[in-house]
Design a protein around this ligand. Structure first.
Ligand SMILES: Cc1ncc(COP(=O)(O)O)c(C=O)c1O
Length: 378
């Protein structure tokens, strides 16, 4: 994907804010738990490598990604900390996993046995770092039966090249007001841990919501959305005011024109001017992750809300302006413009989705610029 540096649409990520958010989370753990940060999906749209470096500088000790390739990208950028892949991986990639020293989840005994065959057949050497995934009620990945976990633990004792580094589960309702199902999952995990003959180095269950709002076991948290300053529950549960969003999205007016009453705007002529109106064109569209559903929402120009009118095109959109502006005037699509702010959460609400999705959709072709609050440094 070619990053579009030569158009005035860009994402700004304040790494000082990321660092403050992570430092706050580290402080909250009072030295009792490690903070691993989730930088999968290009660091929730913020850029995985700069965010990972900032988080490590602020006290995080591990990184979570979704795929082998995301892990390799971090290693190639020089990150030496624990990198845990959260999704299941095929045994054929064992050589890469060993080469890049990636920790991986295991969900079945069959996987262990297949992986052992690959290890032997390909005459691999080196250690494979494994985290047993436990499905306590998410229904996604992991062992379901305690007996199967015990069998895997026993198997691992006889296969020292396969290092049992961790055990974890994932909660499905930690961001909701009703705690009953969360408690059930937590209890299942605790019961399992109590039956184990020994425990591995890392025990982890906490995502952001659990870290913010629940008491659970474990000596590691896997912090995602909260590190980026966003509320895992949208707005349902109160967010710590210390955690601040780090990302803004800006562009410029590339054309400003006055059109007569009755003019059609955009594909399908879904907006027709009621009177003579000032229309501005902004170079961002659904190919940037600024999806068609944004029609009817607004952007900020000199502190004023301007409605997105007509259908959002692939690379451009049109807005209704209160009066004429110079071309080149700044347009804020996410973030602060004078006294007005557009939050990711407001966009998510408009689209009927969650803040996570809005962030992850921001396309790689939008350049990311990194700030330290006082100026661009990367
Ligand atoms: C297994 C696992 N742990 C942790 C996280 C981080 O979650 P959050 O962004 O809600 O903190 C995720 C994200 O989806 C995940 O899948």
């Amino acid at each position: 994907m070619a990053i579009s540096y030569h158009r005035p649409t860009a994402i700004f990520v304040d790494l000082a804010v990321i660092k403050e958010n992570v430092a706050h989370a580290v402080l909250q753990q009072q030295g009792k738990r490690d903070v691993f940060v989730a930088v999968k999906a290009n660091g929730y749209g913020h850029g995985a490598v700069p965010v990972a470096k900032a988080a490590i500088a602020a006290g995080a000790t591990g990184l979570c990604v979704a795929t082998i390739d995301e892990g390799i990208a971090l290693r190639e950028a020089g990150l030496t900390q624990t990198i845990l892949i959260l999704g299941l991986v095929d045994v054929q990639w064992l050589p890469l996993i060993i080469q890049y020293h990636l920790a991986i989840p295991v969900a079945t005994q069959e996987w262990l046995e297949e992986a052992w065959s690959v290890y032997q057949n390909e005459r691999l050497s080196g250690q494979v770092y494994l985290h047993l995934a436990i499905d306590t009620g998410m229904g996604r990945i992991g062992f379901q039966e305690n007996q199967a976990v015990l069998a895997a633990v026993h198997w691992l004792e006889n296969h020292p090249s396969f290092v049992w580094e961790g055990i974890f589960t994932h909660f499905s309702t930690a961001d909701e007001t009703d705690t009953a199902y969360w408690k059930k999952q937590n209890e299942r995990f605790n019961t399992l841990i109590a039956t184990l003959p020994r425990v591995p180095r890392y025990i982890h269950t906490s995502n952001s919501a659990t870290t913010l709002w629940r008491e659970d076991v474990g000596n590691v948290v896997r912090l995602g959305i909260a590190m980026y300053g966003h509320n895992p529950s949208g707005g349902l549960l109160p967010m710590s005011p210390t955690l601040k969003p780090a990302l803004s999205l800006e562009s410029e007016l590339v054309q400003v024109k006055k059109v007569p009453a009755g003019a059609g705007i955009g594909y399908g002529k879904s907006y027709e001017t009621k009177q003579s109106e000032w229309i501005g064109t902004v170079p961002i569209g659904y190919a940037d992750g600024f999806v068609r559903g944004m029609q009817g929402f607004y952007v900020l120009v000199e502190g004023q809300r301007c409605e997105i009118i007509g259908r959002v095109c692939m690379d451009q959109l049109m807005i209704r302006l209160p009066h004429s502006f110079e071309t080149g005037t700044k347009v804020t699509l996410i973030g602060k413009n004078q006294e007005e702010v557009i939050t990711i959460e407001a966009i998510a609400e408009h689209l009927g989705t969650i803040n996570y999705e809005v962030l992850c959709l921001l396309a790689e072709r939008i350049p990311r610029h990194y700030l330290n609050t006082t100026g661009i440094f990367e």
